[in-house]
Design a protein around this ligand. Sequence first.
Ligand SMILES: O=P(O)(O)OC[C@H]1O[C@H](OP(=O)(O)OP(=O)(O)O)[C@H](O)[C@@H]1O
Ligand SMILES: NC(=O)CC[C@H](N)C(=O)O
Ligand SMILES: [Mg+2]
Length: 480
Amino acid sequence: MQEIYEQNIEIDKLREECGVFGIYDFDGNDVASTIYYGLFALQHRGQESCGIAVSDTRGPKGQVQSYKGMGLVQEVFTEGGLSGMKGDIGVGHVRYSTAGASTRENAQPLVLNYIKGTLALAHNGNLINAPELREELSYGGAIFQTTIDSEVIAYHIARERVTAATAEEAVAGAMKKLKGAYSLVVMSPRKLMGARDPYGFKPLCIGKRDNAYILVSESCALDTIGAEFVRDVLPGEIVTITGDGIHSDTRMCIPKEKQARCIFEYIYFARPDSCIDGVNVYQSRIMAGRFLAMDSPVEADLVVGVPESGNAAALGYSLQSGVPYGTAFVKNGYVGRTFIKPKQSSRESSVRVKLNVLKDAVKDKRIIMIDDSIVRGTTSDRIVSMLKEAGAAEVHVRVSSPPFLWPCYFGTDVPAREQLIAYERTVEEVREMIGADSLGYLKLERLEEMADGLPICKGCFTGKYPMEPPKEDIRGSYEK
Ligand SMILES: O=P(O)(O)OC[C@H]1O[C@H](OP(=O)(O)OP(=O)(O)O)[C@H](O)[C@@H]1O
Ligand SMILES: NC(=O)CC[C@H](N)C(=O)O
Ligand SMILES: [Mg+2]
């Protein structure tokens, strides 16, 4: 532990996403506390900052109340603060920054005043043409208050709205200019809108509770607030919710075979109790484990998962292979995905803070250890040796995704290639580095099956992207 405090600390950036939430209550009930619980269920998608904006559809146009801050939902909002937020329509956001620094100014929802009133926007994803769009708008006189790509989206919608007949027309007009990944919830004073980029990189679904409609990144949040799942927003679809009900606009949709959902949602990002585009995340992970058992079998006494996200695949491996499933690790429940970690030199120690081995469960056993991904290799390296120190006879590592090799421009925060353990190394070399007795990855061709045949983006594994990647690495470039 001492080692940790001696280091300069930094927020470790792994590969989280953002979460968006929107609600319109036709009965006029205040929605702020429901948004709070919705965001709480989406906390795994982003822990840097969060925010809520609400509007009263019966009040004067443009009266939006918003509050945002750095940290977890529970840290930022108080009961008193929430009860002071009056409005029957609102949006919320939990952020993991992909473009623009992690600061309060860059927290979402973004709220801007424009010709038609006030607009609040929450965005999950990453645009690849934000720098060009920003420059174009800046030459046109735009002054930005943040350094995030999401403001470019909000600005475009506001600008389109000047000439468009309706707010949804303005969203469609803006979408024609945007390139990259975005799932949006947008609130204009008396309308709630949701939009998903035509490729469908990021999830977004619709729910209903009594007389309220909800738009949310993941269906698990609908369970939390006692709402029922209605359907997924289609890739490219714009959904508008007004006092008259729900309206769908599909003019921006592209042929299904061109869609490209982020496969990493199924592998790691999403909560296992969510269902995305009809595919149950938990079942998808179980299936990945089954594939590993079929393609990379090994004789052993026990299959264990690396908590949290390796657990379902471990169960799948066990079900397929007949090797008993067990628990080898206890995770300290107070450690979030974002964790104050020392720099790489002592990053290893933090794995010990997060995970401990159940020594009696693994002693003298041949263990198959399943994790969902190996990125830098820090986790695997550390816990293989923890298992060995606890007396495991053999440790066979199986990974329920292929080797991580390429950057992602659409929201997954992959470290520089040189930091990826699989980069320019054979599987045998990686095995040796992490000290495992054998190592097997999920085969690339299994990914489509994991997503039940849906068209997916697997660029981080193949280097082939559904659209031309930017010439230079744009991640974080807005700070320049
Ligand atoms: O090779 P590395 O660079 O160590 O990264 C890979 C690890 O990071 C992720 O877990 P994470 O600790 O983020 O969260 P989890 O508890 O939800 O699995 C992932 O599930 C792997 O375990
Ligand atoms: N992780 C995300 O979806 C990030 C959204 C947006 N690009 C931001 O940086 O705030
Ligand atoms: Mg993990």
